[in-house]
Design a protein around this ligand. Structure first.
Ligand code: NDP
Ligand code: 2IT
Length: 445
């Protein structure tokens, strides 16, 4: 494999798709060695087949606002790879959504889903619709119009969407309602469903819980635990909320949260009712974190800044892609951070990762560390297929076990001769081998 040549060809076909090209390059660089040691991959052009999505579907989403004005958004579903199971991955509603972002997310999802040990392929979808400031009935009408097209493309054994940024339990409800009406069936076609209509306990908190279970395993490799550690978290959405809860449970102290407006620093720790307050902030539909500092005056708000300038032992970026840059990484190194575990998808820039790894700080990529969300989606699919519900304890125990297995896979494939665990390499190689071998077994399709 020649990484530069492959990347040049890919860039010619998909000019300017920077997030997608960034995600592919990272994977190619870390699997190059194992790929070249196994000539059967090259003979079957596995990588050329893996880096292009199976198909991309785009559709128009017309909807009317509360005043009767008509709007038209774009809807997408990227079905990337289904060699090991039905396409599986979230839907993102955010004005920044474009094909580059959905292709990067769908591509990462292939490896993430392979790591979960469950049979799920990779996909992603969404819309450039901005839920911010919309009324509940506008959100409902948008979701219904979106599903009017999407339902033709998905199914419980074909493609199973879920939530992501801007798509939580409420949106999954509206989407599911329209799907079951059109398809005339009640199935596990979406995950993240409400608990009374096919959902799984623990799914809302699963991504954040999984991130913290993974950080726990990472810290254990250097004889450390989360007890008494200072933790910086970014974002204040679904993933951040679960992570903050679990850090508290394990005796750590979360001192930051962030939004697109800046970050809050709470030296007393985000705990108890402050965690619930995060949910109120999200529900306000304004998507700013500043009001936390009005409600809890001990917290300071830092306009337009990233939380990574705060001294912390553990950093958990849980907001969005490329939110932690070179300067942020330098701050973390300077302040003695021990462990950086990605909760969001690709929140660290390549330059930031280089600095973190060069300084031998523990670093885990989102595709390993945040896989608990989709893993619990997989557990929801299993419960739907069996038509029964597991208890919260059962789901949590399975989630915990899966995160430990993913950690083991990263250590197995990522440990360097000096004994440092390169989790990026470990996750990419483990995920790649599973999917590549499945593709070899199944011939050229
Ligand atoms: P949410 O919509 O619940 O929360 C995302 C939060 O991050 C929002 O508050 C958003 O605000 C904020 N945000 C966006 N950009 C920035 C920024 N530049 N700085 C600070 N905050 C920002 O989404 P999730 O919690 O579900 O997703 C967060 C990340 O985790 C994403 O990368 C997602 O792909 C990933 N993920 C999600 C999983 C899930 O199960 N939901 C599973 C695995 C990964 P705003 O909307 O105003 O931009
Ligand atoms: O990025 C992700 O893994 C998700 N948004 C969750 C996907 C899922 O199908 O649960």
């Amino acid at each position: 494999m020649n990484v530069d040549k492959l990347m040049n060809e890919l860039e010619k076909k998909h000019p300017g798709e920077k997030e997608y090209l960034q995600a592919v390059r990272e994977v190619l660089e870390s699997i190059e060695e194992v790929y070249n040691e196994n000539p059967q991959f090259e003979s079957a052009s596995i990588i050329e087949r893996m880096i292009e999505p199976d198909r991309i579907l785009t559709f128009k989403v017309p909807w009317a606002d509360d005043q009767g004005n008509i709007h038209v958004n774009l809807g997408y579903r990227v079905q990337f790879n289904n060699a090991i199971g039905p396409y599986k991955g979230g839907l993102r509603f955010h004005p920044s959504v474009n094909l580059s972002i959905l292709k990067f997310l769908g591509f990462e999802q292939i490896f993430k889903n392979a790591l979960t040990t469950l049979p799920m392929g990779g996909g992603k979808g969404g819309s450039d619709f901005n839920p911010k400031g919309k009324s509940p009935s506008e959100i409902m009408r948008f979701c219904q119009s979106f599903m009017l097209e999407l339902w033709k493309l998905i199914g419980p054994e074909t493609d199973v969407p879920a939530g992501d940024i801007g798509v939580g339990g409420r949106e999954i409800g509206y989407l599911y309602g329209m799907y079951r009406k059109l398809a005339r069936e009640n199935t596990g076609v979406l995950t993240g469903k409400g608990i009374n209509w096919g959902g799984s306990l623990i799914r809302p908190e699963a991504t954040g819980f999984g991130v913290v279970y993974f950080a726990q395993e990472m810290l254990a490799t250097i004889g450390e635990t989360l007890k008494g550690k200072t933790v910086a978290v970014s974002g204040f959405g679904n993933v951040a909320w679960g992570a903050v809860r679990k850090v508290n449970e394990l005796g750590g102290k979360v001192v930051t949260l962030s939004g697109p407006d800046g970050y809050i620093y709470d030296p007393q720790g985000v705990s108890g009712k402050k965690i619930d307050f995060m949910l109120d902030l999200r529900a306000s539909n304004e998507d700013i974190v500043k009001p936390y500092s009005y409600e809890f005056p001990e917290a300071e708000f830092h306009q337009g800044k990233h939380p990574w300038e705060v001294k912390c032992d553990v950093a958990l970026p849980c907001a969005t892609e490329n939110e932690l840059n070179k300067e942020d990484a330098e701050n973390l190194v300077k302040n003695g951070c021990l462990c950086l575990t990605e909760g969001a998808n690709m929140p660290c820039t390549p330059e930031a990762i280089e600095i973190i790894q060069k300084n031998k700080i523990l670093f885990a990529p989102g595709k390993a560390a945040n896989a608990g969300g989709v893993a619990t989606s997989g557990l929801e699919m299993t419960q739907n297929a069996m038509k029964l519900n597991w208890t919260a304890e059962e789901v949590d125990a399975k989630l915990h076990q899966i995160m430990k297995k993913i950690h083991e896979a990263c250590v197995k494939y990522g440990t360097t001769p000096e004994g440092y665990v390169d989790y990026v390499k470990g996750a990419n190689v483990a995920g790649f081998l599973k999917v590549a071998n499945a593709m070899l077994d199944q011939g050229l399709v």
